[in-house]
Design a protein around this ligand. Structure first.
Ligand SMILES: [Zn+2]
Length: 246
């Protein structure tokens, strides 16, 4: 067996050589570059996980004790969100698209004294982040102090490709359902917990305004809910097809 002293002598000799410092520097730089490359590659593969096994995660906003915005006629936002999300699930499954819902009933997970909106959102974010290949569509309705504003608007997360999904979905909603709508797709504000805390492409769709009585009537109509759902699911399928081509 070669004695340890042999290696010690070899190391001392190598360090004494005039190439020792440049060689060590080159070795260090190569190692750093390798680590950087591996971590970047892992990130790229991870951020496109949805291309291998996309799962549409539908999140009907609010629910249970939290009805969200309530219209003049007593319609709860949470009920409209759930009705549209359930239609999206049906349509997506017709097209063979795997889906998951953060809730599919109006039941609260805890009793009222323990209910916390923040905890509910934390739980939803954890659900989404546990799904490999998730793409999140969170469904909500808008609200305003006056009854005038109307029209859908899509907000997109900062996670990779969310802007592309958001802009595509928003433009389809306007083109197909409401050509007079002058709103544009926008980045979701950081304070929106769910879109800020999920690690996947994610959008939040405000389908219309609870404060606009005419729009609430439309949003409560089953045929209109189906139309919105068709546009949302169709946009997702278009997004996935575009992503594969890229
Ligand atoms: Zn809402």
């Amino acid at each position: 067996m070669i004695p340890a002293s042999f290696f010690r002598r070899l190391l001392v000799k190598a360090l004494a050589s005039r190439w020792a410092v440049p060689a060590l520097c080159a070795l260090l730089v190569s190692a750093l570059l390798l680590v950087l490359y591996i971590s970047l590659k892992a990130k790229i593969v991870d951020s496109h996980a949805y291309l291998q096994t996309p799962v549409l995660v539908l999140d009907p906003g609010h629910g249970g004790f939290d009805g969200g915005a309530v219209s003049d006629d007593g319609t709860k936002e949470s009920d409209l969100n759930l009705a549209i999300a359930c239609r999206c699930r049906l349509i997506a499954e017709l097209f063979g698209q795997k889906t998951l819902m953060t809730r599919d009933t109006d039941d609260a997970r805890t009793d009222f004294s323990h209910y916390s909106e923040h905890e509910d959102l934390v739980h939803r974010a954890e659900m989404v982040n546990a799904v490999p290949g998730a793409i999140l569509i969170s469904i909500h309705q808008n609200d305003f102090p006056t009854g005038q504003p109307s029209g859908a608007q899509v907000l997109y997360a900062s996670y990779a490709d969310s802007d592309r999904l958001g802009t595509l979905t928003h433009n389809n909603l306007i083109r197909l359902l409401d050509p007079e709508n002058r709103r544009v797709a926008e980045p979701a504000p950081k304070k929106l917990y769910l879109t800020s805390h999920v690690q996947c492409p994610a959008i939040l769709v405000e389908c219309g305004f609870m404060s606009n009585n005419f729009e609430v009537q439309k949003l409560g109509d089953a045929a209109y809910q189906t139309s919105i759902s068709l546009v949302l699911v169709g946009s997702l399928l278009q997004f996935l097809q575009d992503s594969e081509i890229r």
